[in-house]
Design a protein around this ligand. Structure first.
Ligand SMILES: [Zn+2]
Length: 182
C-alpha cells in the first residue's frame, strides 16, 4: 500500500488498518465497504479500494472494476436492507468535484420515493443544448480518448458488434460515437 502524504494521515487507510473504528460491511481482497459515518440517507455506505489511491486516475482498470462491481453488490444489499426503491452510486475526484477524503471512495446511497434528499445533479432545470454544440463537445472529448479504442469494446451482442464494425469502416462516422449507452 502506498503511504499517504506524511503531513496528512489518510482517514480511510486508518480505518483499513484498524486504527480508527468503523462499521465494516465487507472486507474483500482488494475492496472494502463500510457504513458512511454521516448517514445523510439511511444506509449510505462507502466502497473503497484497499490500496491507497487518491483519484480514479491513480487506479488500475482492475481496481476500478473491482470497486464498481462491489458497489453494485453493496447497493443491492443496502436497498434490500433499507427497503429502498432506488440508489445513487457516485464518486468524486478532486476538490473542485467535491472530493473531501483523498482516498478513492464510491458512495452508495439508497433512495426511496419522497425522501427528503436532493436528486444528484438534477438537470431538468437546464435547457437542452443544441445538437451542433453537443457534437462539438463530443469532438473535443473524443480527441482526448485513447487511440486504440475499438468499436466492439464492451459489446456483448453479435448484432451490435457487427453494426459497430460496419460503421467503423465508414470514415465519416467516428468510431466511438457508436458506443452510445456504454
Ligand atoms: Zn488511504
Amino acid at each position: 500500500m502506498e503511504t499517504p502524504t506524511p503531513d496528512l494521515v489518510c482517514p480511510f487507510c486508518e480505518i483499513l488498518a484498524g486504527n480508527q473504528p468503523s462499521a465494516f460491511v465487507s472486507r474483500l481482497e482488494s475492496v472494502s465497504s463500510f457504513v458512511n459515518p454521516r448517514q445523510y440517507r439511511p444506509g449510505a455506505t462507502l466502497v473503497i479500494p484497499n490500496r491507497h489511491v487518491v483519484t480514479v486516475f491513480d487506479m488500475t482498470p482492475e481496481e476500478w472494476a473491482a470497486v464498481f462491481v462491489h458497489a453494485k453488490q453493496v447497493a443491492a444489499a443496502a436497498c434490500a436492507a433499507i427497503g429502498a426503491s432506488g440508489v445513487n452510486i457516485f464518486q468524486n475526484n478532486g476538490r473542485s468535484a467535491g472530493q473531501s477524503v483523498f482516498h478513492v471512495h464510491v458512495h452508495v446511497v439508497p433512495r426511496s420515493d419522497g425522501d427528503k434528499g436532493p436528486a444528484i445533479f438534477g438537470e431538468g432545470y437546464v435547457e437542452k443544448t443544441p445538437m451542433d454544440e453537443r457534437r462539438a463537445i463530443a469532438q473535443r472529448i473524443r480527441a482526448h480518448l485513447p487511440r486504440d479504442l475499438t468499436p466492439s469494446a464492451g459489446r456483448t451482442q453479435d448484432s451490435r458488434r457487427a453494426r459497430a464494425r460496419s460503421s467503423s469502416s465508414d470514415p465519416a462516422v467516428p468510431v466511438v460515437e457508436t458506443r452510445r449507452g456504454s
